[in-house]
Design a protein around this ligand. Sequence first.
Ligand SMILES: Cc1cc2nc3c(=O)[nH]c(=O)nc-3n(C[C@H](O)[C@H](O)[C@H](O)COP(=O)(O)OP(=O)(O)OC[C@H]3O[C@@H](n4cnc5c(N)ncnc54)[C@H](O)[C@@H]3O)c2cc1C
Length: 372
Amino acid sequence: MKSAIVIGAGIVGLATARALAIRGYKVTVFERSQQAVGASVRNFGMVWPIGQPTGELYETALRSRAIWKESCTEAGIWHNENGSLHLAYHDDEWAVLEEFVAENQVLRPAVSLLLKKQVRDKSAVAVLKGLRGALWSSDEIIVDPREAIAKLPAYFTQKYGVEFHFGVAVTEVRTGQVRTGDGRWHEANRVFICSGQDFETLYPQTFASSGITRCKLQMMRTAAQPARLGASLCAGLTLTHYKAFEKLPSLPALRKRFEAEMPEYLKWGIHVLVSQNQFGEATLGDTHEYGLHLDPFDRSELNELVIKYLETFCRLPKPQITETWHGIYAKMKDGKNWFHHEPEPGVTILNGLGGAGMTLSFGLVEEVIGEL
Ligand SMILES: Cc1cc2nc3c(=O)[nH]c(=O)nc-3n(C[C@H](O)[C@H](O)[C@H](O)COP(=O)(O)OP(=O)(O)OC[C@H]3O[C@@H](n4cnc5c(N)ncnc54)[C@H](O)[C@@H]3O)c2cc1C
């Protein structure tokens, strides 16, 4: 039987383990923490195809979505197929949405434009005053990342026989072998390194020359809201953030207005998203600070900017913030969507999915491992 070792039990490692096990590999996963605590548990839990450009990446996101749905259903993991709304309050934002829908009428049947009164049916908390309209997309799913990343290992063990070792760091990798912190060597036909933002432990020189960097995001969570909020929400700033909208002719004018009116938002890479978990709590964020050496401490003024913008499009009945944290993901500086590299025969690094790891991982590794 072919065997594989996967290093890291974040979403990339979990998706890799699944894809290998399905293809007949005996899979062992080593995760250095007692439970994964990296980017994969610190995010919004948004499986967000709407952010991906039409074509291959959107198709990859839809493939991921299908795997999330199957896995959550079978493993008893909470998920909500609540779709998303991009709310527009200015003509320049509406122009971007109109162009997006016009361009994608055939290729993205999940999207449509909604007028103010239709928005009310999709969201209990969207600000309607001054609303021009919204982009509705039915593709998006929410999971609770803390629950999902904790429960998927047991499900993959039970369904596919994947073996997990938590609290075990891998300190060295060679073709066909990995060494764990206790000094023991473990053999396998293939090794996959899914180590997230740790670029220093395994193949540090490869990472150093790869063009990968880190991005820190500040996040918040509110008290439980009294009712379901409906669709996940965002507004104009988000249109400048995702590649799906990047090439639309009206985007530069919108960006220019934000540069003039909201320079501090662009400086800190702030755009605001709202998701709601199974307990009713709303997850809010986020900010983006890039670099290999990031400030370990959070800035309350950035959270205040997030809240200020949030209030322009979303009124939560219970806005009290009960938790704040930050997460760090790995991202390519050259605009590539991920880092996929073989530093030695039989050893593959999969990393650098940036802000779309929850959205793309399951679909992406199906493609990567399918090609092996
Ligand atoms: C705040 C925030 C919000 C986000 N929101 C979203 C979202 O809503 N939707 C979306 O699609 N994406 C989102 N993302 C992006 C997504 O979370 C990441 O792309 C994804 O989690 C990266 O997964 P990963 O497995 O590469 O990294 P990680 O989750 O960091 O996992 C890497 C794992 O490898 C382990 N490890 C590292 N080195 C070793 C070693 N030597 N031995 C053993 N174990 C090792 C670590 O302990 C860690 O558990 C967000 C990210 C952040 C930070």
